[in-house]
Design a protein around this ligand. Structure first.
Ligand code: IMP
Ligand code: MG
Length: 185
C-alpha cells in the first residue's frame, strides 16, 4: 500500500483545526445535554476517531455504543443507495437522548436509514453530529444538528475516513489525488 504522502493532493483540514472544532462541539453538546440521558452512538468504522476525541471532551456523564452500517459495496467509492446494518447496538435506547456520531454525511443514505431504524425504538430525542458535511452530494435530506465542517465535493481521507480501509489513522483530513492512487489487490 502506498504511503499517504504519495497520494495526498492537499491537506483540507489540519490537526489543530480539527481539534479546535471538536472542542467547540463538545462544549456545545455538554451544555445542550446537561441533565439528560445522553448516549453517543458511533457509526463504525469511520466515526471512531471523532467519537473518541468528542467523548473525551464532553464534561457531562454519558454512555457510548456502536453500530456498523454500510451503504457502500466492497471496493466501491459510490453509495449503493441503501444502508445495511451489520452490527447492532448493545443498549436499549428507549427514553434516552441519542446523538449519532458520524464521520461524514455524503448522499445522506446512511444517516437517513439509521434515523429511521432508531426512531422506531422510541428514544426521547434523536440527533445527528457529523464531523463533515458534503452538501453538494446530497440525495436524501437529513438534519445535521451538530456539524464540524462543510466541505467541497472531493474524496477525502484521514481521521476515520478511509480509502479502501486504509489511512483512517491520519490526524488530519486530506484530499486524495486519484490519478496517483493505485488500489492494492
Ligand atoms: P452516505 O450514505 O452517502 O451519506 O455516505 C456516508 C458514508 O460514506 C460515510 O460514513 C463514509 O464512510 C463514506 N464516505 C462518503 N464520502 C467519503 C469520502 O470523501 N471519503 C471517505 N469516505 C466517504
Ligand atoms: Mg467508509
Amino acid at each position: 500500500m502506498q504511503n499517504y504522502q504519495d497520494i495526498l493532493a492537499e491537506i483540507l483540514i489540519d490537526e489543530k483545526s480539527l481539534q479546535t472544532r471538536i472542542a467547540e462541539l463538545s462544549a456545545e453538546i455538554s451544555r445542550d445535554y446537561a441533565g439528560k440521558e445522553l448516549v453517543l452512538i458511533c457509526i463504525l468504522r469511520g466515526g471512531v476517531p471523532f467519537l473518541v476525541d468528542l467523548s473525551r471532551r464532553i464534561t457531562i456523564p454519558h454512555k457510548i455504543d456502536f453500530m456498523a452500517v454500510s451503504s457502500y459495496g466492497v471496493g466501491s467509492r459510490e453509495s449503493s443507495g441503501f444502508a445495511r446494518v451489520s452490527l447492532d447496538l448493545q443498549m436499549n435506547i428507549q427514553n434516552r437522548d441519542v446523538l449519532l456520531v458520524e464521520d461524514i454525511v455524503d448522499s445522506g443514505t446512511t444517516i437517513a436509514s439509521v434515523l429511521k431504524l432508531l426512531n422506531a425504538r422510541q428514544p426521547r430525542t434523536l440527533k445527528v453530529c457529523s464531523l463533515l458535511d458534503k452538501p453538494e452530494r446530497r440525495e436524501t435530506e437529513v438534519p445535521i444538528d451538530y456539524c464540524g465542517f462543510k466541505i467541497p465535493n472531493k474524496f477525502v481521507f484521514g481521521f476515520g475516513l478511509d480509502l479502501d480501509e486504509y489511512y483512517r489513522n491520519l490526524p488530519f483530513i486530506g484530499v486524495v489525488d486519484l490519478t496517483k492512487y493505485k488500489p492494492s489487490e
